[in-house]
Ligand binder design. Structure first.
Ligand code: FAD
Length: 418
């Protein structure tokens, strides 16, 4: 059987792989005119539009919104269930929201319409799939890779069904257990957190006021992410054994423990529908690029979900690699696997991703520590940063994704001139 030849093969059509393909298509005329070809490979077909609230939700930053607008997927996402949050209350279990040991971020104070938006994970994937262009150099292949052979001119990927794809650039966007990363032998220092994140939907006795709530308690944080009127999604990180016990409780017992863990910030909480637990870990690939390959999103880095940053970092990776490649491919004689474009992407994204990973890991260690000076320092630190307005605003601006060191498609209009 003869091999299919493409210029770019993206393994993994999750949110990050799809966004990368769309952003490259937007910025690269050679792909639109079909002079270059890109194939997206995934074992899962396009998701159907979700017909109800989802178990897994994602908090998307304003920078992610701009990238999704550039992909053409934002309107489709916004036409479904998408909930903005205008404030964020973060506090330690030794304090109270808006009082001791707490910090509050407000969109009004920062002069932005929202701090972020809560979207369903399937809704995001569906919105991205739905705008894949038909008449361009993009195509989708359903299947699983089973073998890889790297050569100087191309990488050959053989699928489980025996078909072979030869590509000049292989992009690994195949998630935390990346097959591409493993096969290329890139270490990622993966290390488990010994925690499960329990997710599900709850009804709240009091209105959530379009606020994202996060309470840091010993053992792990609980986030309440606002949805439609008086309903929230939870992301509740607990030590594995305890999480399994909580998952096995009946609704009434689960509701009682959850309400207690929330510090009663929204009154009584009652679960609606199923709940599930996701094992948590951190990982960072030793390098994101090499001979004719690049790693993106969770394939390159995995962070604790306590600040809802994973897909936001991945979308920035997608924007940076698309921009770097599109600039290089403006020269009709250039090679998509050219190491200069790949190195530029790695230089732009490795540092910020590492900084986020270290910061989130530090927060996790601080609050997961047993009762004592470390945990108290963390709690007091929240209150202190809340008082130091310039520091607090600088932190918020990073989380909102403002600044000129972002990919062009992710920059706020005021930052786009630099
Ligand atoms: C509980 C929890 C809450 C989270 N909340 C947030 C949040 O609020 N905000 C946020 O930004 N992030 C959040 N995250 C992180 C976020 O889910 C991930 O960062 C994001 O899904 C990564 O996207 P990705 O496209 O890189 O990988 P994935 O979403 O894992 O997609 C990978 C794709 O590759 C395909 N694939 C994988 N292996 C193969 C193979 N061998 N063959 C073929 N196809 C393959 C898969 O089918 C999939 O489509 C959370 C994570 C967890 C666990």
């Amino acid at each position: 059987m003869s091999a299919v030849e493409v210029d770019v093969l993206v393994a993994g059509a999750g949110p990050v792989g799809l966004a990368f393909a769309l952003l490259l298509e937007q910025q690269c005329p050679a792909l639109r005119s079909q002079r270059l070809r890109l194939a997206l490979l995934d074992r899962r077909a396009a998701p159907s539009p979700p017909d109800g609230p989802e178990l897994r939700v994602l908090a998307l930053s304003p920078a992610s919104r701009r990238l999704l607008e550039a992909c053409g997927a934002w309107d489709s996402l916004a036409a479904g269930r998408l909930y903005p949050y205008e404030d964020m209350q973060v506090w330690a279990s030794t304090g109270q929201p808006g009082a001791r040991h707490s910090i509050c971020f407000s969109a009004a104070e920062l002069g932005v319409p929202a701090l972020g938006w809560i979207a369903g994970a399937d809704a995001l994937r569906h919105a991205l799939w739905s705008v894949l262009p038909m008449n361009s150099g993009l195509s989708v292949v359903l299947g699983e890779p089973s073998a890889l052979e790297a050569g100087p001119e191309a990488i050959s990927v053989t699928l489980a069904n025996g078909h072979e794809i030869r590509t000049r650039l292989l992009v690994g966007a195949d998630g935390a257990s990346s097959w591409v990363r493993e096969r290329l032998g890139v270490p990622s220092g993966a290390s488990p957190y010994d925690q499960l994140a329990i997710v599900g939907r709850v009804r709240c006795e009091q209105p959530h006021r379009s606020t994202a709530w996060q309470r840091f308690a010993p053992g792990g944080p609980l986030a309440l992410l606002p949805q439609d009127a008086q309903a929230c999604s939870i992301v509740w990180s607990r030590p594995q054994e305890e999480a399994r016990r909580l998952l096995a409780l009946d609704d009434q017992a689960f509701a009682a423990e959850l309400t207690e863990a929330s510090g009663h910030c929204l009154g009584a909480l009652s679960p609606e529908g199923p709940r599930a637990g996701f094992p948590l870990s951190r990982a960072h690939a030793d390098h994101y690029t090499g001979a004719r390959f690049a790693l993106l999103g969770d394939a390159a880095h995995r962070v604790h979900p306590l600040a809802g940053q994973g897909v936001n970092l991945g979308l920035l990776d997608a924007g940076a690699l698309a921009e770097s490649l599109a600039d290089a491919l403006a020269d009709p004689f250039s090679d998509p696997g050219d190491w200069r474009a790949l190195r530029r992407y790695e230089r732009e994204r490795r540092g910020p991703n590492l900084a986020t990973l270290v910061a989130l890991d530090g927060l996790h260690q601080l609050f997961a520590a047993p009762a004592g000076p470390l945990r108290l320092a963390g709690a007091a630190g929240l209150g202190l940063v809340d008082q130091l307005r310039p520091v607090k605003h600088a932190l918020a601006r990073v989380a909102l994704g403002e600044g000129h060191d972002l990919p062009r498609a992710a920059r706020a209009v005021s930052d786009q001139r630099s």
